[in-house]
Ligand binder design. Structure first.
Ligand SMILES: NC(=O)c1ccc[n+]([C@@H]2O[C@H](COP(=O)([O-])OP(=O)(O)OC[C@H]3O[C@@H](n4cnc5c(N)ncnc54)[C@H](OP(=O)(O)O)[C@@H]3O)[C@@H](O)[C@H]2O)c1
Length: 319
């Protein structure tokens, strides 16, 4: 950790200042809100369920400790230039009251969530605002209520479409230390990410084992079969996936440290609902759209839904 920088120590640059609202201050939202606040160029507010006034972000090259302006009641929110939606996909509907208040016709809503078809998912909730889908490559981890860690997991931290809205997103984050890929084949990248998630998350959550489980030969064979099925669906959906994409995905998984977990694994340990519909559910739904059978992914979906629904029921009972 090289240094600690307080945002208030830095001069505000004389460039366009955007009003930015970050919904969801978890692993991904914490990293991006903290980094934007540290850059001190834009007017940033975080929309949260529990109040917070500072956040520490441990980044690859430094640690920043920034003051945050937080809202806990959607009634206090007003339209902004940018909404960065950083909840889990299954929590999107619960964020609708924020979206109603924050979105106007000029607003762009960047969706920092896993899965595909971000625009279809968000369009009914954002009125006339523009949806800007993003792929998140960086690794975020919540270390405490007011502390997150940002780890780099590859060449890029985020990807967006190479269009006017994607370029505006790159401009927005220009002051934050984020490496953003602008792609003219975003849908292929989204499917590639979905393939990794469609094996890494279900297998670790169902076996209750971390990445080490992918070193087993029988699990490797099962993953390849799941991936062949999902890649065929992805190709039918328009993704330009390589003939050996399943082998490449498995090879990528085997580069992850054996002790690393996945988000669904940690959600199972914590007894929380899974982000299942946006991952395995998206593969099965795309298979149905293209009339392709998905028996393996369908079986995973049934098992994951059963566990996730039981967790939802328990949390309702606790509440
Ligand atoms: N973490 C990673 O490394 C990573 C990497 C790539 C992609 N992703 C994707 O990024 C997305 C976000 O994941 P994450 O890991 O950041 O999840 P997370 O740590 O669980 O954060 C989600 C946050 O959203 C908040 N939230 C949920 N509903 C809300 C609402 N109605 N109003 C306000 N806040 C709300 C939660 O608040 P509470 O704290 O009150 O529960 C939580 O702080 C997911 O789609 C995930 O798959 C994550």
């Amino acid at each position: 950790m090289a240094s600690t920088t307080a945002a208030s120590d830095r001069p505000v640059e004389d460039r366009t200042v955007s009003k930015v609202a970050v919904i969801g201050l978890g692993a991904i939202g914490g990293v991006i809100a903290g980094s934007l606040a540290a850059a001190a160029r834009h007017d940033v507010v975080v929309c949260v369920r529990n109040g917070i006034d500072r956040l520490v972000v441990e980044r690859p090259d430094d640690v920043v400790d920034v003051p945050l302006r937080a809202l806990t009641d959607p009634a206090d929110a007003a339209p902004v230039d940018w909404v960065l939606l950083c909840t889990k996909a299954q929590q999107t509907v619960s964020a609708a009251p924020w979206l109603v208040r924050l979105c106007g016709p000029q607003t762009r809503v960047a969706v920092l969530q896993n899965g595909i078809r971000h625009t279809d998912r968000l369009k009914p909730l954002v009125g006339a605002a523009t949806v800007v889908p993003a792929i998140v490559y960086y690794n975020g981890e919540r270390l405490g209520v007011d502390r997150v860690r940002f780890r780099r997991a590859g060449e890029y931290d985020l990807a967006v479409r190479d269009d006017i809205d994607g370029r505006a997103f790159v401009e927005l984050l220009g002051s934050a230390p984020m490496r953003i890929l602008q792609s003219d084949d975003f849908d292929t990248l989204a499917w590639r990410k979905l393939l990794i998630n469609a094996v890494a998350n279900p297998i670790t959550a169902l076996t209750l084992q971390r990445q080490a489980v992918f070193r087993r030969d029988d699990i490797k064979a099962l993953c390849l079969a799941i991936l062949e099925e999902a890649a065929a669906v992805g190709r039918a959906d328009g993704a330009r996936l390589a003939p050996d994409e399943p082998e490449q995905v498995l090879a990528t998984l085997l580069t992850y440290p054996p002790e690393a977990g996945t988000s669904m694994y940690f959600d199972r340990l914590g007894g929380r609902p899974f982000e299942v519909e946006a991952l395995t559910g998206a593969v099965v739904a795309a298979g149905a759209r293209h009339r392709l059978p998905t028996p393996l992914n369908g079986m995973l979906l049934t098992l994951l839904r059963a566990i996730s629904d039981a967790a939802s029921e328990r949390s309702k009972g606790d509440g």
